[in-house]
Design a protein around this ligand. Structure first.
Ligand code: ZN
Length: 438
């Protein structure tokens, strides 16, 4: 046995030396003798119990703290998660909202485009109808030729462009319009631009819509330009007859036509999100078309042709001349054409037969009312083929050439009265030729 274990043994036997425990009951003293071994065993049992209690207590105390810590961690995690969930919900709502906004934007863009398209289609169709009428008149007048029946050498029946002398201001106007359209597009895009996964698709859509808008604006501008040029040409033609075009197409008449069609045909206040500039230009183009329609209708009723479309000779002019019968100086209120006996005498514009019969000096005569104060007179005919009240179109036969009345030979005496005053018919025939042939 080592020195150490000997020492331990001595310490133990000193600590747990044999003890007697006395106790008295009913006057008798008892004692219990406790050996060292018993004491050690007892100490061991008591010590173990104490240790267990200590361990259990510590465990209980710290477990509480562990649970508290775990709960705190869990709450932090829970808070973080719910915050993320809320963020995700907000992001989802944002995307949803953006989608919804885009959908609405797309729908409204489509509505805008188709509304503008319909408007343009109507305008183009209306313009085409007017052009067709102008073309018809041009072909008729071209076929009739000049006072002597001479036709243009090149046979070109296209209206000459009187306005092409000033191309620069016209081109600059188109370029101004192009700039305006571009500005309109950029302001529209700025408000809508937003980054996102669908941004490219959105940009493509916006670009396509913007391009279409630009094309529509250009089409509008070209309609307005062409109509304006035609108006200028027709006005110039009317002026060259010696009768002011304003006497035939009064501003009141034009505004009445515009009013009859609802005036400025779109209430700008009623258009939501549609470029106002488009409708401003559309209104201007529409007003130009209205004016063109008015002037075309007026021109259709102006006697611009010859009373004979067959081979003929221009024999006598308008104004003061020596009378062919008595030789005295007198005023000739019309012009004379000679041609083969019974050649068809034809209306020089559309109108209504006002008089068909005999008149002193004129012989067998037809008078046609063309409206706007114009009346044409066809005299010395051998036969009349229309009745009063009958509607006639350009170049409709009204009678046959002859020598009735105060006449020296077969010819037609042709007069134009504007507001009851005779005007020179030759100026009208030349005006028609000048404009409709080149
Ligand atoms: Zn005459």
């Amino acid at each position: 046995m080592s020195r150490r274990s000997g020492k331990f043994k001595r310490m133990m036997s000193r600590l747990f030396k044999e003890r007697q425990i006395y106790h008295r009951s009913d006057g008798v003293v008892h004692f219990i003798s406790m050996s060292t071994k018993t004491q050690i065993a007892l100490a061991f049992v008591v010590g173990s119990a104490l240790l267990w209690i200590a361990y259990a207590s510590v465990n209980v105390v710290f477990k509480e703290q562990i649970i508290v810590a775990k709960e705190r961690d869990f709450r932090v995690m829970e808070t973080t998660l719910s915050k993320r969930l809320v963020d995700a919900q907000i992001a989802y709502d944002d995307v949803n909202m953006l989608n919804h906004v885009r959908e609405e934007q797309f729908d409204s863009t489509m509505v805008d485009i188709s509304a503008r398209h319909q408007l343009l289609v109507n305008m183009v169709e209306r313009k085409a109808a007017i052009d067709q009428s102008i073309d018809l008149l041009a072909k008729g007048l071209s076929a009739a030729g000049g006072p002597n029946g001479l036709k243009a050498k090149n046979g070109n029946r296209v209206m000459i462009d009187i306005a092409h002398g000033e191309p620069t201001p016209r081109q600059s106007r188109i370029s101004i319009l192009r700039k305006e359209a571009a500005a309109e597009i950029s302001t529209k895009n700025h408000t809508a631009s937003r980054e996102g996964p669908a941004a490219n698709a959105v940009r493509t859509m916006d670009k396509a819509a913007a391009d279409l808008f630009m094309e529509q604006m250009m089409l509008l501008a070209s309609i307005e330009e062409k109509a304006t040029t035609q108006i200028e040409t027709l006005k110039m033609m009317l002026e060259s007859t010696g009768v002011s075009s304003s006497a035939l197409i009064t501003p009141a008449k034009i505004s009445n036509i515009a009013l009859a069609q609802g005036g400025p045909f779109i209430e700008i206040a009623n258009i939501d999100g549609t470029p106002i500039r488009f409708f401003q230009h559309a209104n201007r183009a529409s007003i130009a078309i209205d004016e063109l329609a008015a002037i075309q209708a007026a021109v259709d009723h102006v006697p611009l042709s010859s009373p004979l479309i067959v081979s003929r000779r221009y024999t006598s002019g308008f104004g003061v001349r020596r009378d062919p019968i008595n030789g005295r100086r007198s005023s000739h209120h019309g012009i004379d054409f000679a041609a083969a006996w019974a050649s068809p005498v034809t209306s020089t514009a559309m109108g209504v037969v006002k008089f068909a019969g005999r008149r002193s000096g004129f012989g067998k005569v037809v008078e046609i009312d063309h409206g706007n104060g114009f009346i044409t007179r066809y005299a010395h005919m051998s036969r009349i083929t229309v009745r009063a009240g009958q509607k006639v179109a350009l170049h409709d036969k009204v009678g046959e050439l002859g020598s009735s009345g105060r006449s020296t030979g077969p010819h037609v005496h042709y007069e134009i009265l504007f507001k009851k005053r005779p005007v020179n018919p030759r100026r009208f025939i030349e005006a028609g030729r000048y404009v409709f042939e080149s």
